[in-house]
Design a protein around this ligand. Sequence first.
Ligand SMILES: Cc1cc2nc3c(=O)[nH]c(=O)nc-3n(C[C@H](O)[C@H](O)[C@H](O)COP(=O)(O)OP(=O)(O)OC[C@H]3O[C@@H](n4cnc5c(N)ncnc54)[C@H](O)[C@@H]3O)c2cc1C
Length: 436
Amino acid sequence: MPLKPRQGVSRRQVLKGLGAASSLPLIGGLAPAFASGSDGRVVVIGGGFGGATAAKYLKRANPNLSVTLVEPAQTFYTCPFSNLFLGGLREMSKIAHGYDELRDRYGVEVIHTLAEDIDPDGHSVSLANGDTLHYDKLVLSPGIDIRWNALEGYDEAAAELVPHAWKAGPQTELLKRQIEGMDDGGTFVLVAPENPFRCPPGPYERASMVAHYLSQHKPSSKVLILDAKDNFSKQGLFTSGWQQLYGDSIEWVGLSGDGRVTRVDAENREVETEFGTVHRADVLNVVPPQKAGWIAERAGVTDDSGWVPVKPETFESQRVADIFVVGDATVAAPMPKSGFCANAQAKVAAAAIVAALRGDSAPEPYWSNTCYSLIGPEYGISVAGVYRVMDGAIAEVEGSGGLSPSDASPEIRQMEAEYAVGWYNAICQDTWGTEA
Ligand SMILES: Cc1cc2nc3c(=O)[nH]c(=O)nc-3n(C[C@H](O)[C@H](O)[C@H](O)COP(=O)(O)OP(=O)(O)OC[C@H]3O[C@@H](n4cnc5c(N)ncnc54)[C@H](O)[C@@H]3O)c2cc1C
């Protein structure tokens, strides 16, 4: 039915936290794990940016730890650069990463199955393959899950017709097929959510990459972004880049302009906004409201927001001892939910775990983030920040980071596009030890 309108860490501290040699820790309650001959047993759930990094850096810091990574997929497809796949700039195989390096080079035990339940009192994890793993410390990096039906009409069945593509893989490929199948002159409608959500600049990079593809193959087509917010990441840089590269082909409608979508009709590819305007799309891409991956709720570490509050110094859960949570699942603002931050948080958690298992205190952490976005193949922009703990909370260091200049030359934009590729290669190397 069509919709009807209706109403700074010091070097010494880092080395102390990440040093390889270790003496036997003397911590009460951990005896069974040590009796097995290792310096402790750590289970990591989720082999994405946060989990794979944590597993690798735990083993690097102390090879005598037993580290088991639980991840159902044999191949992980990164969301970073999945927009480039949609834009025709990269193959799916070039955003694919496996786990051989973690296993063979770093000695991480990798089990390809789902973690189904966690018993925090018994310090154990039940796996879908029937096994149970015991841990001294647990790292959770399950990423996001979709809040199905939080946006009326957008449930799992609707996502098979109207992809979100906010987890890379089959959803991304479905969206790409739909874009390729669209007639010239059609409208690609992208629905963007309220904060917080995975990758604040992601929807706007996606609109850019789709506009690039359409400019090459279906030049009379349009991109319409319907947004539940009035402001978004790198807004001035995106809007000026859109104007330069795509003229009026990209239209953005924010909250005050009636951009907040309240209902989705997936079968007819229609959406209805807060004040009753109905938009019909030729291709509809909904980036829905999100929450921490469901296993976090099962572990009892989420709060009413659906995300996970953590102790900023270590990323240990505020609610359950010995469970460390990193990546998109956490409440870590002002750090964004990015792959870069997940990677940086994982290193802090790994250092804290290694220190705790030795009976030491955690090193003082700091984190950085740089987030590149491509507006066109040779037009890159970025935002960067440095964060540390101040007055018990994560805060951005004043004067650190910043945005690409608004008046940068085409050469600078091109350089940033090249840096984006360098960043991608470097972070994937650091996380999985693999090149795309
Ligand atoms: C379109 C798009 C573009 C992006 N671009 C960028 C970018 O340019 N730069 C950037 O820094 N970030 C970018 N991001 C954000 C980035 O993808 C995330 O911030 C990052 O993936 C978060 O890492 P994570 O470890 O929290 O989750 P993920 O990387 O999603 O990993 C979670 C893993 O946990 C596994 N898992 C979940 N539940 C279980 C369970 N019960 N048992 C076992 N395993 C489980 C999943 O299978 C998955 O492999 C982008 C995101 C999107 C959507």
